[in-house]
Design a protein around this ligand. Structure first.
Ligand code: GDP
Ligand code: MG
Length: 451
């Protein structure tokens, strides 16, 4: 296999790291790096930073830097590796990289280090995908969950379940081979309870995906309502500074404004929108259409009313838009003034706030967490964050349920076996024990280069 190299750090830092993996790692670094100790790089002690001089391919000195060897197979990729820690100048890094290429190394593809780790049995596929999640984590909780998965929390569990099903399949196979023999009633009972337990475990994990997706991608959240109820003031209150223009003039906000807000584990992609009303102003009209679209596409809608005045027809129309969203939360604003509005029906969450004075915003944050389903979740790796895993889990659970039903109905062992094998296949896709090459390619291509 080729020896690969890539810059692993983002541009702009004081230090830049080049990673190298493959049999030529030592030789390639030795050719371009001279340790200050005078020793050759390849005989320097492993896993220790070595200070020295780095040379470009034409022999010019380009850096005083650190290098480290990771010989043998106990490395991230399972192959000999090395790393260079250079000064972060993009010019230095690219010169160093091309000096390595001159030694026969090639540029690593996106995710190739982790793909090699997977192919060399260093981690299963769920753990490998957790690496990408960890790199991309936007909240502490997302990082914690990915770190838990990287440590094998769920991958290990899924491997164990698969092994149990393999054992069960072996038992059924033995029975299929001797069709004249009766299946022991004890075994039937055991098989059924095993399948039910596994289905339960798969379901719990599958159910976590809705939260996991929000954890990973954040949640688009549109603030909608008629003009002047305080939508922009609310956005500013949640964002923490005067992001949107606020005036007492209806129709102030005409374009949608987006801002990201973190509420604990929740990364909320807030959209302030133009107030929903019939208008002759062509610019405002476009804004209203955008607001309607935002209400339709957001995962969550904050429907805002002004609690200090009775509801108007414009309010009722705006609330109808809000109710179309998968999740909607009613915000009764201006609670610093006497309450005049009746509370409209159809909202599971109702929060009273004064966006202007900051009252009730903590309650609103709590309600948002709860509405997003993230309240009280423990992020230890037990939350599934990608669609591929969720789909495999769902299929595995369906197969297990069917197998359990078939056992209960006294269906012939070969029919049960078909479902058990289906579940084994789906779990194999999940852990990578049984997964197509093109799927592996696809997964790792979505990684960053250098990881
Ligand atoms: P939008 O059209 O829904 O975006 O409303 P704005 O945020 O622009 O606010 C419209 C008017 O209502 C402004 O004069 C705000 O100062 C006022 N306002 C917003 N929130 C509150 C509040 O909580 N209490 C009071 N008393 N006034 C508010
Ligand atoms: Mg506004």
């Amino acid at each position: 296999m080729d020896t690969i190299a890539a810059i692993a750090t983002a541009p702009g830092g004081a230090i830049g790291v080049i990673r190298i993996s493959g049999k030529q790692a030592d030789a390639a670094v030795e050719a371009i790096f001279r340790p200050a100790s005078g020793k050759q790089f390849s005989v320097c002690p492993p896993r220790m930073l070595i200070y020295g001089t780095l040379f470009a391919r034409d022999g010019r000195t380009i850096d005083q830097c650190m290098a480290v060897r990771f010989p043998g197979e106990k490395t991230y990729t399972g192959e000999p590796m090395a790393e260079l820690q250079l000064h972060g100048s993009p010019a230095v890094l690219s010169e160093a990289l091309s000096a390595l290429f001159a030694q026969g190394l090639r540029q690593a593809e996106a995710g190739e280090f982790t793909r090699r780790a997977f192919l060399n049995g260093k981690m299963n596929l769920m753990e490998a995908e957790a690496v990408a999640d960890l790199v991309a984590a936007r909240t502490m909780e997302a990082a914690e969950n990915a770190a838990g998965q990287l440590a094998g929390a769920t991958g290990g569990q899924m491997h164990t379940l698969r092994q149990e099903l393999v054992g069960l399949a072996a038992h059924f196979l033995a029975v299929v081979d001797y069709p004249d023999e009766e299946i022991e009633p004890f075994f039937v009972q055991q098989a059924q309870s095993l399948l039910e337990r596994i289905t339960g475990q798969l379901d719990v994990l599958y159910q976590s995906y809705e939260r996991g997706r929000i954890l990973r991608e954040g949640l688009p959240c549109a603030i909608v309502g008629r003009p002047n109820v305080g939508k922009s003031t609310l956005l500013n209150g949640l964002v923490g500074y005067a992001r949107a223009i606020v005036t007492e003039i209806a129709g102030t906000t005409r374009d949608t404004i987006e801002e990201t807000v973190r509420i604990g584990p929740l990364c909320l992609r807030l959209q302030d929108t133009a107030g929903l009303r019939d208008t002759a102003d062509p610019v405002e009209k476009i804004g209203v259409e955008r607001a309607q679209r935002a209400a339709q596409t957001a995962g969550l809608v904050l429907a805002v009313i002004d609690g200090s005045v009775p509801l108007t027809d414009e309010d009722r129309e705006a609330l109808d838009w809000a109710r179309q969203a998968p999740k909607a939360l009613l915000v009764v604003n201006k609670c610093d003034k006497p309450m005049q509005a009746e509370i409209p029906e159809g909202f599971g969450y109702v929060v009273h706030v004064s966006a202007k004075q900051g009252q009730g915003l903590d309650d609103l944050r709590q309600a948002l967490l709860s509405c997003a389903g993230l309240e009280g979740t423990i992020f230890d790796g037990g939350v599934i964050t990608n669609a591929r895993q969720a789909d495999a889990l769902r299929r595995a659970a369906v197969c297990c349920t069917q197998a359990a039903d078939a056992v209960a109905a006294g269906v012939t062992p070969d029919a049960v076996l078909l479902d058990v094998e289906g579940a084994i296949g789906a779990l194999g896709e999940l852990t990578g024990e049984d997964v197509r090459e093109d799927i592996i390619q696809d997964i790792f291509h979505r990684f960053c280069v250098g990881k």
